[in-house]
Design a binder for this molecule. Sequence first.
Ligand code: TYD
Ligand code: MG
Length: 462
Amino acid sequence: MGERFPQRKAPMTKTISKYVCQSCAYESPRWIGKCPNCGTWNSFVEEVSSKSAARKLPHSTKLKGVPLEEIELRDDHRTTTNITEFDRVLGGGIVDGSVILIGGDPGVGKSTLMMQIASHLNGKIILYVSGEESARQIKVRAERLKFPNIKSFLVLAETNLDLIIDVIERTPPDILIVDSIQTMFRPQLESSAGSVGQVRECTGLFTRIAKEKSIPVFLIGHVTKDGVIAGPKVIEHVVDTVLQFEGERHYAYRILRVLKNRFGSTNEIGVFEMRENGLEEVKNPSEVFLSERSLGAAGSTVVASIEGTRPILIEVQALVTPTNYGIPQRNTTGLDYRRLSLLLAVLEKRVGMQLGQQDVFVNIAGGITIDEPAVDLGIASSIISSMRDIPVDTQTVAVGEIGLGGEVRTVSNVEKRVQEAAKLGFQRIVIPKNNFKEFARFKDIEIIGVERIDEAIKILIS
Ligand code: TYD
Ligand code: MG
């Protein structure tokens, strides 16, 4: 970070910007398409620089290294929001001085989420810096959310970072929310808001504010596909925590996922539902995800997946139909496409399925994404069920990773999965044989250990 703020104490007038090649660090006063030094295209990003200040080395500062034994350990102070789904995702609340990036597609509900979190932080002074919406629009959303009329929620509709910092210096808030980082700009840089240079520079400054003043800073970032606006990716390494808010446009469910967390685990998720009056926590996702299950239809299996520390039961649907045009289609929603290809190859080779002339569609119901191998068995059973047009037993849950040899492999956290299945009233659960040993007695549900995929299929589809 250091070299990016060489002008820290220098007067603003001396500050100019420069363009730096991200590949070889070649500097140019102007933007150029191709680096004359290393030949890379489109690698120049604008940065703030001050020629005079950058060259000088400070003579004597009091700075020195600290021996490890003199460094004091104290727990990070955390603020809890009482939105359990959110606190859990952060690893137990908001850490003071941390910078949290919330990325997500436009319209997924990032602003709504942040306002609802703010509304739970009663007594804290919150500065909501908005470059997306006017103060009036924010008020309209607040009305919709039945936002309690707290005096400590301050709205600042501004995008010039120098002016924003002035406000923060004069009246430091307890929590800062920036909506969105891509609308912020520093006048010292000539590139426009949303460019890689601006987004980085602004994030750097917000990070400094967070650390110096020990206030948590939330940065909202749009995930963009067109590349005109720099995506949150360019700043992920700078911030402490990266959250991703995801959801399919046509579903009300929203998942808050942790991609990076210096202060907690990275595999937690929080589940929310977008309602007419804001986001509602989903405390028991399994019930919700299974509520629309079509009982008795072929091609549907209930699987027990672990998301973070929590088991979630979810329906895996498959549709297998004869191919119309030469090349068979394979399509997935909420699941890695390569995983499906691999499973199809195993089914052909080890179970003797003829899938060469069949289109295969696999879908994780509810609009959520799962990337856990333990759902393999469920995917396989849905495919076979659809192909044979025989339903999977509706009272049985399937758990297991499938190996290339057709073996059903051990999975983690079986106990949690079994408990969740029992809790939701399922009668049986099929698990890997090697996991079975862990369950000598478990009365609420019948547990069946299987070694091979064909063995499992006989139990699931009969
Ligand atoms: P918003 O928070 O503005 O999304 P983002 O900041 O990620 O762009 O919310 C977008 C959508 O959420 C919008 O289409 C309307 C819907 N919505 C509700 O369904 N209920 C609500 O209470 C609110 C505030 C928004
Ligand atoms: Mg928004």
